[in-house]
Design a protein around this ligand. Structure first.
Ligand SMILES: [Zn+2]
Length: 200
């Protein structure tokens, strides 16, 4: 190989989800032809990501010096509700809809019944721990997608939450304002609002 640096970059890129070795190579050579300023800015931005961490409670990305993000630390949020979402994007979309004023929990994906290992990557144990410590939480809203994997994940969380349900925790799921088969990520504010108000 002519350039070990490019080779290494391709290898690193191909670890990203959705990027195989071929796409990684295409991207790498594409970057090589970009302006030097752009490449430097990209590199610096990637380095600056090391200063971003995940909130100790909701796992949202934040840059506070504290362990908690601004939302979790805010006195203006309804601390009796936790909404469990699959991905970071879901969290941002729901916040943008401006209907929900409780707390969050970002799971980090869904359990795929066909890929048992998918479960290991999710923050399920951390969710259990949070619920066991969560004083004053009355409702957990499962906002997983209306897909077979989303349903499967919601049922799994219902199972592990049973001890808390016995202590009067209510578990709800978003109503089917979200059409079946749809991922939450793609729902607009109005759709989310009706799904939230129709939760059961
Ligand atoms: Zn947080």
């Amino acid at each position: 190989m002519q350039s070990p640096k490019i080779e290494q970059f391709i290898q690193l890129l191909s670890k990203l989800p959705g990027l195989g070795p071929r796409q990684a190579a295409r991207l790498s050579y594409h970057l090589l032809d970009e302006k030097k300023e752009y490449r430097e800015m990209l590199a610096q931005t990637i380095i600056s990501l090391t200063q971003v961490k995940r909130c100790a409670e909701c796992f949202q990305a934040h840059e506070q010096k504290t362990a908690l993000c601004l939302l979790c630390a805010s006195p203006n949020r309804d601390r009796s509700r936790i909404m469990v979402v699959e991905k970071d994007m879901d969290f941002s979309n729901i916040e943008r809809a401006g209907v929900y004023d409780g707390l969050y929990y970002i799971l980090g994906g869904v359990i795929s019944p066909l890929r048992p290992k998918s479960q290991e990557k999710l923050r399920l144990r951390e969710l259990y721990n949070r619920l066991s410590k969560a004083n004053g939480v009355k409702e957990v809203i499962l906002a997983t997608s209306a897909t077979p994997e989303g349903d499967h994940t919601a049922r799994y969380i219902e199972q592990i939450s049973e001890p808390f349900v016995k202590k009067n925790l209510k578990i709800t799921r978003l109503g089917r304002g979200l059409s079946t088969g749809s991922e939450l990520e793609y729902s607009d504010a109005e759709t989310f609002k009706s799904a939230y108000l129709n939760r059961k």
